[in-house]
Design a protein around this ligand. Structure first.
Ligand SMILES: Cc1cc2nc3c(=O)[nH]c(=O)nc-3n(C[C@H](O)[C@H](O)[C@H](O)COP(=O)(O)OP(=O)(O)OC[C@H]3O[C@@H](n4cnc5c(N)ncnc54)[C@H](O)[C@@H]3O)c2cc1C
Length: 634
């Protein structure tokens, strides 16, 4: 007699990727059916769906940096997946369901739901509720049992052909399959951060190494105390919010834009970085012309490049094409959408873009001749490093220069006459998608994989296309005018002199001294030194390994967990894939572009969720078959 085997899947980490996987597991279940009962253990110390980053228990001031219309957890007609598409509401559509009374939200979110527009930047707490709702629907759709465990996994062992999952609560779970969806994890301090921490301890200073800002304890930063903040990206934006409005200050409309009314509890924040300016604002204008057809870099061009080149270097082979594509998208919108701002037609100007190299003197001359307003001319180098090479007589001049830069950036990205910046944004977005399609190629040089794809490109994309909502920059201007925030300048250097932190920039004379330093950025991905016990033990046991790359010129590591591209199975140092362990998310070697996505963009993460869910179900079918044949033999 054959007894039905229950196949058990342990999901380690139940944030957006963990529950996205669950949704795909349910969607594919009847197609890749293991014909056995299914039990899923969802293990996470934070609530399933939202997980750590999006949990509801955080400041209501913190926001998503995507607009409500640009966030979905659901597959749609654009999804090229083997499994079935199961459409569902985007965040704004879900809010509309809540407004119609179809979905209920807790009282503290009702006002936000009532006023949310497609272009609003929702609070993380609202995203939390959306993810929770998504999770409950996915759980309902699954033909099987889901058991939640509010705990952390410390390690997983291979035992008797199965997996033993050890939780920090002391519980041990037996599973057939384990999926790691751990998300962003912290790392042991790098040598520089360790040394700064030791110095801080020895001199009674405050030092915050790279951290998840929402979780960091900044209560020791006293009112009025100077704080040097190194980094001006999204972590710095969160920090500024928490230390100003979060300490009781208020933004009110004033004659000169937004005004900040301090509570008196704020420290004085000195912000600096390599660029010395914040990320470019999110864009709120709309295209006047139809979106440009891709000309220099597209999915087909990327595939052809990958097919024909022996080796691929991002900066040498691909960047010139992307740069030309950015100019193409920008100028198409300028010339077709705003012909009154230029002196020649698009058919004439596009000929220059076809003929001349993206950074050539000839193209520059054609741009100057055809476009009277310098603000309308796209200079990719200046866009990247607006303060490069500039010198300021004193800190006051620097403050004005940074404020002017932010003001101009806000105008360029919000006023209808400057919608060319949206043309550029779309070109960059699609370049990222199309580059994503060849990112797995074995032809990338080792240096390109480590330094260019993993670091430079991600940072460049975030800086141009994934900056803060415009209102955060309006707030930064108000804080600067109120004297609560000061700018330190580009190429920031921080050292410890006479028991204090000192910040300098070659662009401006003088030194800022402070007893507090914050490194405002997320910890770098380095799973070999992760502070996550489950990840550390996965590597220490030899089941998983850090992705290393090498060629004749360069040997290095991406710091990520190596997974097999076809099915996200964990791979060991010999290249062998573990049959029962899978991993998805930003800590893995698979391309990562977020857990949720804009609707109708064939999201990479949904494709990976679908692939891994099907591979898990196929393995579950084998486990069940093996169990059936062993019980029928017995
Ligand atoms: C601060 C921050 C802000 C972001 N903002 C945006 C944004 O505005 N828009 C956007 O598109 N993307 C944003 N992202 C990108 C982010 O990667 C995704 O939005 C998403 O959260 C990633 O989903 P995930 O499930 O892979 O990881 P996570 O959301 O990090 O979830 C992983 C889960 O695993 C759990 N976990 C970890 N280790 C263990 C263990 N050992 N045992 C059990 N559970 C464990 C954690 O508690 C966590 O809940 C942001 C990322 C960060 C860090």
């Amino acid at each position: 007699m054959s007894v039905e085997k229950t196949v058990t899947v342990a999901v380690v980490g139940a944030g957006p990727r963990g529950v996205g996987f669950l949704e795909r597991l349910a969607a594919n279940q009847s197609l890749v059916a293991p014909e056995s009962a299914l039990v899923v253990h969802l293990i996470d110390p934070h609530p399933p769906g939202a997980g750590r980053i999006w949990r509801s228990a955080q400041s209501p001031l913190l926001k998503l940096n995507s607009m409500a219309a640009d966030v979905t957890m659901y597959t749609d007609e654009s999804s090229t997946i083997a499994g079935p598409v199961r459409p569902g509401p985007s965040l704004i559509e879900w809010a509309e369901l809540a407004r119609a009374g179809v979905v209920t939200v807790e009282a503290s979110l009702e006002h936000e739901v009532a006023t949310l527009a497609a272009d609003s930047f929702p609070t993380r707490r609202l995203q939390s509720a959306y993810l929770d709702w998504f999770y409950l629907r996915a759980r309902e759709a699954l033909d099987g049992e889901v058991i939640e465990h509010a705990a952390s996994v410390v390690r997983v062992d291979d035992v008797d052909g199965g997996q033993r999952v050890v939780l920090d609560s002391g519980l041990e779970l037996d599973a057939d399959i384990v999926l790691y969806a751990l998300g962003h994890t912290g790392t042991e301090p790098e040598p520089e951060h360790k040394s700064l921490s030791e110095t801080a301890l020895a001199n009674d200073l405050f030092y915050l190494p790279p951290a998840f800002t929402a979780d960091a304890d900044t209560s020791a930063l006293a009112a009025g105390e100077p704080v040097i903040v190194r980094g001006m990206g999204l972590a710095a934006v969160d920090l500024v919010v928490l230390l100003t409005e979060g300490r009781g200050g208020r933004f009110v409309p004033g004659d000169d834009g937004l005004e900040y009314q301090p509570s008196g509890d704020e420290p004085h924040l000195y912000l600096g970085s390599r660029r010395g300016i914040p990320y470019h604002s999110k864009i709120s204008s709309t295209l006047k012309a139809p979106r440009a057809e891709q000309r220099f870099f597209s999915a087909a061009i990327a595939a052809e490049l990958e097919r024909t080149r022996e080796h691929l270097s991002l900066r040498r082979d691909v960047w010139p094409l992307i740069a030309a594509e950015l100019q193409w998208g920008y100028y198409h919108e300028l010339f077709v959408g705003h012909p009154e701002r230029v002196r020649v037609s698009w058919s004439v100007f596009s000929g220059f873009l076809e003929r001349y190299r993206w950074n050539s003197v000839r193209l520059h001359a054609a741009v100057v001749a055809a476009i009277p307003d310098p603000l309308d001319r796209l200079d990719l180098d200046a866009l990247d490093r607006p303060l490069a090479g500039r010198r300021f007589a004193d800190v006051t001049e620097l403050q004005h220069a940074v404020r002017d830069h932010i003001r101009t950036d806000l105008d360029l990205r919000s006023l209808p006459q400057h919608s060319a910046t949206l043309g550029l944004f779309y070109s960059l977005l699609y370049a990222m998608f199309d580059l994503g399609a060849i990112i797995d190629s074995p032809k990338w040089t080792a240096r390109s994989r480590v330094d260019e794809l993993g670091t430079w490109w991600t940072n460049y994309f975030s800086y141009i296309a994934s900056g803060p909502p415009a209102h955060r920059l309006e707030e930064l201007l108000a804080l600067s005018r109120a004297g609560v925030v000061s700018f330190l300048g580009p190429e920031l250097e921080v050292s410890v002199v006479n028991g204090q932190f000192e910040a300098t920039s070659p662009s401006v004379p003088g030194v800022v001294r402070a007893r507090a330093l914050v490194d405002a950025r997320l910890p770098a991905t380095n799973i070999g030194a992760s502070d996550n016990a489950a990840l550390r033990s996965l590597v220490a046991s030899g089941v998983g390994c850090v992705e290393t790359v090498s060629d004749a010129d360069f040997t290095g590591t991406t710091g990520r967990l190596l997974v097999r591209a076809a099915d996200s199975r964990v791979v060991d140092a010999s290249g062998a894939a573990h049959p029962a362990r899978f991993a998805i998310g930003p800590f893995t070697s698979a391309p990562f572009v977020g857990a949720f996505a804009r609707p109708r963009t064939n999201a990479v993460s949904f494709r990976e969720n679908d692939r891994v869910a099907r591979a898990v179900l196929e393995h579950a079918a084998e486990v069940a078959k093996r169990a059936r044949s062993s019980t029928s033999l017995a």
